[in-house]
Each structure stands twice: as C-alpha cells, then as structure tokens.
Design a protein around this ligand. Structure first.
Ligand SMILES: *Cc1c(COP(=O)(O)O)cnc(C)c1O
Ligand code: SF4
Length: 339
C-alpha cells in the first residue's frame, strides 16, 4: 500500500547529500564575495588568486554569518585574499612544517602513539593562513590505492593507538568512504581511537548528517572530533545544534584555533570564543601560533603578545576554557607550548 499525501523526496536530495550541493554552490570569485557583502569589488586591497595559486572557496552559509559592509569582518578576513599575500617574507616558506619530506603516501608518523592520514585534499572553505596551502596533494593522498600504504604502516607499528584523519578535510569524504576506512581501522587491534580533524561542522554544519552520526555512534573505536573555529561569530544556531548532536554520540569534542592578527587577537574575542564553544559542547584544545607559510605573514601575532593574551584569558575564564598556546616546530615530538 502506498501512502498518499507525502511528497516524494526530490531527486537532488536523495541522489547526493545537501552538503555537496552547498559546496558546489560555494563562492569561488573575489568580486562576487565582495558584492554579496556590499563591499567595493574593485578595492585594491584584495586580489583574485591566479590559476596556479590557492583559489578562494567560501560556502554561502558561511558568508551569511559575516557582517555586510565591513571589510574587517573576522570571518571575511580568514577567506579573502589580501594583497599582502603576494609579498615575500623571510622565513615564510611553502612547507613550514617540513611535512613534504615526512609524508609517505599521505601517512605522517611524526609523534609517538598517534599517526595522521592525509585522506583528501578537499576542504569546505579555503583559509588564507592554511599551512598546507602549498601541499603537493597530487602525490600525497593516502586514498590513492585504497589506503593500503597507511593501513600497512599501522599494522606494522602496534605503538600507534590513535589514528588522526586529516586532509584537506576528512569530512569531504562521503559517509560510505569514511565507513570503509573506519572499518579497516577497526580490524587493527592496537588502534583504540579515531580522531577527525575537521572544519566542516563549523563551516557547513549540514555535513553532520544521520549517516555520520551513526558512524560515530557505532564504531568500536573511541571517537574524537577536533573542529577548527577561530571566532565566536562562526558558531550560529545550526552549528551549535550540529555539535550537540555529535556530542550525543559519545564523541569527545575539542576545538583548535589559529591565532590570527585582525581576526581573534584580542582577549574579548578569545573569551567569547571559549564560552561559545562550551555552550556547544566543545572544549578549547589548541591555540596555534601561525605556521610560517608563504602568503600568510600578515596574520602573524608576536609571541609576546600571544603570551599576554593567554595570561589575560586565564584571569577571565575557568581553566578548562583556556586553550594551550602552541607552536609547531619541525623535528620535535609534540607541539611545543609557548611559555
Ligand atoms: C598535530 C599533529 C598530531 C596530533 O598532535 P596532538 O598533540 O596529539 O593533538 C599528530 N600528528 C601530526 C603530524 C600533527 O601535526
Ligand atoms: S579547512 Fe583546514 S586544511 Fe582546509 S584550508 Fe582551512 S585550515 Fe587548511
């Protein structure tokens, strides 16, 4: 018997998930972005990246959280290519973490007990300060060859307890691909934990769909989701609701931010961010000092200022809402706290 009165599911929703449509519909042009925000599209402070440079990519739902008419909006500054990107700065290089030599077919075993898989090059947004903005993904994707290299490395090193899915953004993979990968990890007895590093739940919270929640809930592995959010304005009600649903699966929710000049380098900002995260079930984990990647020098905050910010924040919020201020130093066995 068929039930009447219920609309059939439109094909575009049943064929591919909504988040993929939002990504396809994302803004990829500087002038269009400026026009949507009622800013001067010909303002010479901003540049259109060339064909061989890091392109702009901003989903419309992220743009809707930006203030119109404000060129200093903290969300806009993260995604809009500034003319400053073109300047060369001493010490700012294409591979600041020397990852390219460390990565073996997208598998990075840098720290004891945990290993990182570069699962995909795709991201829900392009952040201008990204330390992997020049990463040669073509030669470094673990997904080529069905993760075989990464899985073999994990099987041969039983000291690795935790596998970090990174990218790009691992939630760019479909739920089916993620399920396949997690199922492989589940067969390795020494692996207890899978950690996902993702900006999707912040940028496009619709990515947190039923399939993803089921995967997090059903795996035998402990699950950790580290989101990436730099400013309280990134978290609207849809984001908060998505994060709370992830939390309900028993997944530990943490956040990492990058300290960015003109975005979040003041204590009021960091305080609001900590409280907004907590309100969504997320604890602040790391506040990264910028990795010195070519094109991002204008985001750098002095170490002395960073230390003062954290000291001030500590006086305002409970200890569990103070992120660890860290810098990544190539060759070290962990991220290094600034003290
Ligand atoms: C940051 C990072 C990790 C995880 O470090 P934690 O301190 O455990 O969060 C693991 N591998 C690589 C290559 C990293 O860059
Ligand atoms: S989402 Fe993460 S990996 Fe992707 S561009 Fe932004 S910082 Fe880089």
């Amino acid at each position: 018997m068929t039930r009447s009165g219920i609309d059939p599911i439109p094909p575009e929703i049943s064929d591919s998930p909504r988040w993929q449509h939002s990504l396809r519909d994302a803004v990829r042009d500087v002038h269009e972005l400026l026009e949507i925000l009622q800013l001067d599209p010909l303002d010479a402070n901003w540049v259109q990246p060339g064909a061989d440079e890091f392109p702009i990519l901003v989903p419309r739902k992220f743009i809707s959280r930006m203030r119109k008419g404000d060129p200093n909006d903290p969300l806009l500054r993260q995604v809009l290519p500034a003319r400053d990107e073109l300047e060369e700065h001493l010490g700012f290089t294409k591979d600041p973490l020397q990852e390219i030599s460390l990565a073996k077919a997208g598998f990075i075993e840098k720290y004891p007990s945990r290993a990182l898989i570069i699962t995909t090059s795709a991201c829900p947004v392009h952040c201008r300060y990204c330390f992997r903005r020049h990463f040669p993904y073509e030669t470094q994707l673990a997904s080529q060859n069905h993760w075989a290299g990464a899985l073999a490395a994990l099987k041969s090193n039983t000291a690795i307890r935790e596998v970090i899915l990174s990218g790009g953004d691992p939630l760019s993979l479909s739920n089916r691909r993620l399920r396949e990968l997690v199922a492989e990890l589940e067969t390795i007895a020494s692996v207890t934990t899978v950690r996902i590093h993702s900006r999707f739940p912040i940028v496009l919270p619709e990515r947190v769909d039923r399939g993803l929640l089921a995967l997090l809930e059903q795996t035998r592995l402990k699950t950790v989701l580290v989101v990436h959010c730099n400013h309280a304005n990134e978290i609207d009600e849809a984001v908060r609701s998505a994060l709370q649903q992830v939390s309900a699966t028993g997944t530990l929710l943490l956040n990492q931010s990058v300290l960015l000049r003109g975005v979040n380098d003041d204590v009021d900002c960091l305080e609001s961010l900590s409280y907004r995260l907590f309100d969504s079930g997320v604890l602040p984990y790391y506040l990264h000092q910028l990795d010195r990647v070519a094109g991002a020098a204008h985001f750098q905050v002095e170490d002395s200022k960073a230390l003062n910010l954290i000291a001030d924040l500590r006086k305002r919020v409970p200890g569990y809402l103070v992120p660890k201020l860290v810098q990544e130093v190539p060759g070290e066995l962990s991220k290094i706290p600034l003290v």
